[in-house]
Design a protein around this ligand. Structure first.
Ligand SMILES: Cc1cc2nc3c(=O)[nH]c(=O)nc-3n(C[C@H](O)[C@H](O)[C@H](O)COP(=O)(O)O)c2cc1C
Length: 271
C-alpha cells in the first residue's frame, strides 16, 4: 500500500506514530515503513502518513503524493483573521437576481469534499437545484406542508410559520428567498453517521462560499418538508434511500454587512 523513496526517507517513524489505525511498521530488514498485507483492510485512507512526512518520501496507493500539495506557509491565517472570518459569516436572505455559474458551484463542492467524516468514509453526495421554476415549486410544496401543520397541530407549530405562509400568499418566497441555487448535501442509508457527515460537509461549503463572493442560508424549512412531506423529496428526485440530507440556499448577496453581531456568551462547565 505504501511506496517509500529510500533516498528521501530518514526513518524518523513519524508515519508509524501518526497512523490512526497503527498499521504502519518499520520493516526489519530495510528499516523502511510498510503496511503488511494482513493489515490493509484496517487502513482508512486518511492520508495522514503522506501529510506528516516532511520529506515527501512516502506515497500511498489511494492517497497519492502527487494529489497532496504542500501546505503553503504564507497562506496560513493568524488567529485574528480566523476569528473575524468565522464571526463575519452571515445567513443571507436577500439575493441578487443573478445566476451562479456551475463551475463556481463545483468549486464550492470540491472544497466541501475535504470535510472530515466518520472513519473517513466520505459518504456525502450532492444535488444542485438551479431551475427557477423547480425552486418555486419546492417553496410552494413546503408552504403546503406548513399549512398542513398549522391546520392539524397548531400547538406544535413554530410561531413564525403562519407569517411565512402569509408572506408566500403576498408573493414573497419566504421559504427559499428567491435564491438562484439550492445545494443539498446527502448520504444514503448505509452511512452510519450520515446526518453528522452531511452537516459537517455543508458547513465547509457554507464557510468557503463568501470567499467565492457568495452568500448562503441553511434551508431549515425546506429540510422540515423534505423529512415530513413526501411530495417534496419526490419533486427533488431524491430517493427515500437517502434519509440524511440538508439543503443550503446559495446566491450573490444583495446587501453587505459592516459589523459582527453579538451572540450569547457560551455556557461552559469545566469538569
Ligand atoms: C440548521 C439551520 C437551519 C436554518 N434554517 C433557516 C431557514 O429555513 N430560513 C432562514 O431564513 N434562516 C435559516 N437559518 C438561519 C438562522 O436563522 C441563522 O443562522 C441565525 O439567525 C443566526 O444568523 P447568522 O447565521 O447570520 O449568524 C438556519 C440556520 C441553521 C443553522
Amino acid at each position: 500500500m505504501l511506496s517509500i523513496n529510500p533516498e528521501l526517507c530518514n526513518k524518523d517513524s513519524l508515519c508509524v506514530d501518526e497512523c490512526p489505525a497503527s498499521i504502519i511498521t518499520m520493516t526489519e530488514d530495510t528499516g523502511l515503513p510498510e503496511i503488511k498485507d494482513e493489515a490493509r483492510d484496517c487502513c482508512i485512507h486518511c492520508g495522514h502518513c503522506v501529510a506528516v512526512c516532511p520529506r515527501g518520501a512516502l506515497d500511498h496507493e489511494t492517497v497519492s503524493l502527487k494529489n497532496c500539495p504542500p501546505i503553503a506557509k504564507e497562506k496560513v491565517i493568524d488567529s485574528e483573521q480566523a476569528v473575524q472570518f468565522l464571526r463575519s459569516r452571515r445567513s443571507v436572505r436577500k439575493f441578487k437576481n443573478r445566476p451562479v455559474a456551475p463551475d463556481v458551484i463545483e468549486n464550492l463542492i470540491q472544497v466541501a469534499a475535504y470535510a472530515p467524516s466518520g472513519s473517513n468514509m466520505q459518504p456525502v453526495e450532492w444535488a444542485v437545484f438551479s431551475d427557477r421554476h423547480q425552486l418555486r415549486e419546492l417553496s410552494e410544496l413546503t408552504v403546503d406542508w406548513m399549512r398542513h401543520l398549522v391546520r392539524e397541530s397548531p400547538e406544535n407549530t413554530p410561531p413564525y410559520m403562519p407569517r411565512l405562509i402569509k408572506g408566500w400568499e403576498n408573493g414573497q418566497d419566504s421559504v427559499l428567498r428567491d435564491a438562484p441555487v439550492v445545494i443539498v448535501a446527502m448520504a444514503d442509508k448505509s452511512a452510519r453517521i450520515g446526518q453528522i457527515d452531511t452537516t459537517i460537509s455543508l458547513t465547509y461549503l457554507d464557510l468557503v462560499a463568501p470567499a467565492f463572493g457568495l452568500g448562503t442560508c441553511w434551508a431549515g424549512i425546506l429540510q422540515g418538508a423534505m423529512l415530513n412531506w413526501p411530495a417534496v423529496k419526490q419533486a427533488m428526485g431524491i430517493s427515500e434511500d437517502y434519509p440524511f440530507h440538508y439543503p443550503l440556499m446559495v446566491g450573490y448577496n444583495k446587501h453587505r454587512y459592516y459589523r459582527l453581531p453579538e451572540r450569547k456568551p457560551p455556557v461552559i462547565t469545566w469538569k
